[in-house]
Design a protein around this ligand. Sequence first.
Ligand code: FAD
Length: 338
Amino acid sequence: MAPNPALQESSLLFSTPTFRALENNLKGDINAVRRAKIVAFVKDANDAPLAVKCAREPGLPLAIRGGRHSPAGSSSSEGIVIDLSRYVNECRVDPERKLAYVGGGAIWKTVDETATTHGLATVGGTVNHTGVGGPYTWRWVWMVSRRPRTCGGQPSAGPSDATGEVPYEQMNSLQNSNFPHGRNYYFQGAIQNHYSAAAAKKAFERVCEVSLKDVSIVLGIELYPLRKVNSIPKDAMAFNLRGAESNIFSLAAWDDDSYEAALRGKEAAHAVTQSISISEERPKTSSVMAYGNYLGDEKLSSERSLKVFGENYPRLQQLKKKYDPDMLFSKWFKIVPA
Ligand SMILES: Cc1cc2nc3c(=O)[nH]c(=O)nc-3n(C[C@H](O)[C@H](O)[C@H](O)COP(=O)(O)OP(=O)(O)OC[C@H]3O[C@@H](n4cnc5c(N)ncnc54)[C@H](O)[C@@H]3O)c2cc1C
């Protein structure tokens, strides 16, 4: 495949058949690691359209790569990968206006560390090598300040923990060693509106049952207050899940790259999520609703997208029609132009 001549001239595009667009994700059936034909390491806003054209003309599949955390494989492609992480990865903070200008390929570590130098902080991820572009809203936030907190992406003063001993930017790196790149991961989530100690015990027992020698499971029951999240109007952003319900998720991790191991990992994650959601009173929508980032499957139907984006889906369809009527960007959540 011949790269777009304009990109060749500026040496921004490298054809590399062995490039592993994602190294930390699923292989086998729900394959997250692919051999891209071309990886475009774009440098600025002028390069990106060239790379998109390069995919559009011959009809190659396309993916954007940010922090490469997607267990659904949505940032890898057998066609073209537009990699933002190499050059478009900086963060600049305007302390007067309390604004951060962040490159689409930056990771949260960069944002945390830059903001901290100005005595500022914002909500981000607790695994700080995640990209800023991939998560729509990051729900695990360790933002414990001696001064009043803010939430929802606004800068806040006082980047230290409650004891004042662990700086905020370090706090957000404490989980990194549990989730290294290079492993296989699979995510499964659901929403839940009631938990009891008995259900938690049952879920723990299920985790022990399904954890195998080669598949480990993390079960997350998110019990933090959602008042601030729920105060954001549903139409203020694409993702519209709000309400009293909180998330549960199970995250399976394993090292063996075989198809069989991938199936075991996937089954274990489903078994754990189900064990808790069937043992408690469930919201009517629980079987179909889940926080979007916890849906680890590669191709989600438009019906599923409708559940994630809710009343915002028609607006997304209009945007899709305007900017991407041919659905070149079609990974993960399917939005049908209308
Ligand atoms: C170990 C682990 C733990 C996780 N824990 C959590 C958690 O606690 N909370 C949570 O919310 N999620 C969690 N996730 C899920 C993670 O937030 C999502 O997979 C997220 O999409 C990853 O974003 P990324 O930029 O790192 O990844 P990528 O794989 O690079 O990108 C993810 C998606 O976003 C697109 N994308 C990325 N950057 C851009 C951009 N600049 N412009 C346009 N599209 C872009 C990609 O094409 C892809 O579709 C976890 C994932 C893993 C592997």
